[in-house]
Design a protein around this ligand. Structure first.
Ligand code: 13P
Length: 261
């Protein structure tokens, strides 16, 4: 899939992903995907992904059969099975129909104590069990105001995304989500986002070499809306979006999926 020229001139297939966070019961999830399937039916040249809460995964998988929408989880634990109450493993998610898994979202770092080390272990486990990890990075408002945002993101990439083999690395997805832009209505300007994405690609180059780094998709996340997606996607290093609030309404998410860059 990674061989067609996308709208921003890159050879990476754009990925538009909805992170539903802790929203939607099974019934509500099914009604949203039913509408999404209709609204996104014609979309061909980009990947569409929904990441619902765990209880909805199996039912949604069934509803998505034969559609152009893929399924992802929002987290996993790195062990395969065992006495880890409350956790969910890679093989469970894979068998339930997931292709992707979000790893190290800032809300997990902030509220559930995730670190670059746990992110790295989860990322490795995702690949081990056949899931593509979407590794989230991004600075807080304090870090940005303290002008350490590049340093913070560099560490998150260098420590959280290290030690993959070449095949894994080329499939990796990174999501740059500045914490100050999440759920706040404050989107990073396309220039800021592009600057950070280029910086992330430079770091990936130092880890894996240029050829691999050029294949890695880097998504932007943080208050993506129908009215700002087009200008974000016009940038050469922005390969898609990880969408929170606006992914909960089919009308908004399908417009985001159908961005015009
Ligand atoms: P919002 O789109 O609601 O700002 O959330 C972004 C996000 O955290 C996606 O993972």
């Amino acid at each position: 899939m990674n061989n067609s020229l996308s709208n921003n001139g890159s050879f990476r297939t754009p990925l538009l992903a909805g992170n539903w966070k802790m929203h939607k019961t099974v019934k509500e999830s099914l009604s949203l995907v039913e509408q999404l399937k209709k609204d996104c039916r014609e979309v061909k040249d980009r990947e569409i992904l929904v990441c619902p809460p765990f209880p909805s995964i199996v039912a949604i998988k069934e509803s998505l059969q034969g559609s152009n929408i893929k399924l992802g989880a929002q987290n996993l634990f790195w062990e395969m099975s065992g006495a880890f109450t409350g956790e969910v493993s890679g093989p469970m998610l894979k068998e339930a129909g997931c292709d992707y898994c979000i790893i190290g979202h800032s809300e997990r770092r902030q509220y559930f104590g995730e670190t670059d080390q746990s992110v790295q272990k989860k990322m490795k486990a995702a690949f081990q069990f056949g899931l593509i990890p979407i590794v989230c990075v991004g600075e807080t408002l304090n870090e940005r105001e303290g002008k350490v945002h590049f340093k913070v993101v560099e560490k998150q990439i260098q420590e959280g995304a290290k030690d993959l083999n070449k095949e894994e690395a080329s499939q990796l997805v990174i999501a740059y989500e500045p914490v100050w832009a999440i759920g706040t209505g404050k989107t990073a300007t396309p220039e800021h986002a592009q600057g950070m994405h280029a910086f992330i690609r430079k770091n990936l180059t130092s880890l894996y070499g240029k050829e691999i780094a050029e294949q890695i998709r880097i998504l932007y996340g943080g208050s993506i809306k129908p009215d700002n997606i087009d200008s974000l996607m016009a940038n050469p290093d922005i390969d898609g979006g990880l969408v929170g609030g606006a992914s909960l309404k089919s009308e908004d998410f399908s417009r985001i999926v159908k961005y015009v860059a």
